[in-house]
Design a protein around this ligand. Structure first.
Ligand code: ATP
Length: 308
């Protein structure tokens, strides 16, 4: 039996996060379907998440871009918080990669081009996602990118874990496979949110084109070492322009690494044409190729919320 919350009938579960579920919500007057993220108040209290949730909502309210999931409203009941967003009717990038293994260069350009435009827009607003991974990149029915889950994000000036109003951040977050080397070092100098997202974009582009992660180990210490010091190995078949872009994003020295805004100007990135931020025709329906299974964020050694 669907539950009614405000003017929404809450239905099937669309996805499960660490602290809550995302369910289908149908507006009883308009019939429009939404995605509703439900977080139990007791979970918020038990995990001291009140500030994080407040920040996620405030950030989502600010962002209006064709490649970012659109926020509608928040409802609060006695026991839960309901974040109402546009429903994205397609696969996560994670699911697409699991089915296909890797993407053709054309499809990777389509998806990565939109991702870069969405992330660069966030950076222009002073917002850093800090948890870019395939599970947080949704694709609509025509494979347009919709970035979601700003639960780890940070905002210049408004939020800085060290209470410092500059752009350097001090909390390690996200998923280790996508985590920049400077976040994993024991530095007390902080790091730049823009460069951290740029690194994650580099990992994502490598993953889309190659079908596996550039740094992989189930052991947290070994993985940290690989991220910090191992060179990236590129397949011989990779397009030199794509390789150039990845190597600039996966530059271990954050000071030498390009920003996502700079990556947007790279020759490999298609210029946006359509009103959805689309860069070319939708992703093709190519047959899946055989590659090793993609490690999920759930199985990744987590780097979440370790104060540095
Ligand atoms: P995490 O543990 O990664 O922090 P979370 O609790 O913050 O997760 P989300 O990552 O926002 O939750 O969403 C969990 C899943 O729900 C997504 O991976 C996706 O499958 C689904 N989902 C989220 N938002 C939408 C949406 N707008 N439309 C359709 N499905 C969605």
């Amino acid at each position: 039996m669907p539950v009614k919350v405000g003017k929404y009938l809450i239905g099937e579960t669309l996805g499960q996060g660490a602290f809550g579920k995302v369910k289908l919500g149908k507006h009883t007057e308009t019939g429009v379907q939404y995605a509703v993220k439900i977080i139990e108040k007791k979970e918020i209290a038990a995990n001291s998440m009140a500030a994080n949730v407040k920040r996620e909502i405030s950030i989502m309210r600010q962002l209006h871009h064709p490649n970012i999931v659109n926020f509608h409203e928040v409802l609060i009941s006695k026991a839960s918080l309901f974040i109402v967003m546009d429903l994205v009717k397609g696969d996560e990038l994670y699911e697409l990669l699991r089915k296909r293994g890797h993407l053709t260069e054309r499809d990777a350009k389509h998806i990565f081009g939109q991702l870069v435009h969405g992330v660069a827009y966030c950076h222009e607003q002073g917002i850093y996602h800090r948890d870019l991974k395939p599970e947080n990149i949704l694709l609509d029915a025509t494979s347009n990118v919709k970035i979601t889950d700003f639960g780890m994000s940070a905002m210049t000036g408004l939020v800085n874990e060290a209470g410092n109003p500059n752009a350097l951040l001090y909390t390690a977050c996200g998923t280790l496979y996508y985590c920049a080397p400077e976040v994993l070092s024991n530095s007390t100098t902080g790091y730049n949110g823009e460069k951290v997202d740029a690194w994650s974009c580099g990992i994502l582009l490598y993953l889309m084109l190659v079908g596996r992660l550039p740094f992989e180990s189930e052991d947290m210490a070994a993985l940290t070492k690989l991220i910090q010091s191992a060179p990236v190995k590129y397949p011989k078949s990779m397009d030199p322009m794509a390789m150039d872009l990845i190597s600039r994003l996966l530059e271990k020295d954050q000071h030498k690494r390009i920003t996502v805004r700079e990556a947007r100007q790279h020759n490999w990135i298609p210029k946006p044409t359509g009103e959805n931020g689309s860069t070319n025709a939708a992703v093709s329906s190519a047959a899946p190729s055989k590659v090793p299974p993609l490690p999920s964020a759930a199985s990744a050694p987590a780097a979440t919320q370790a104060n540095m």
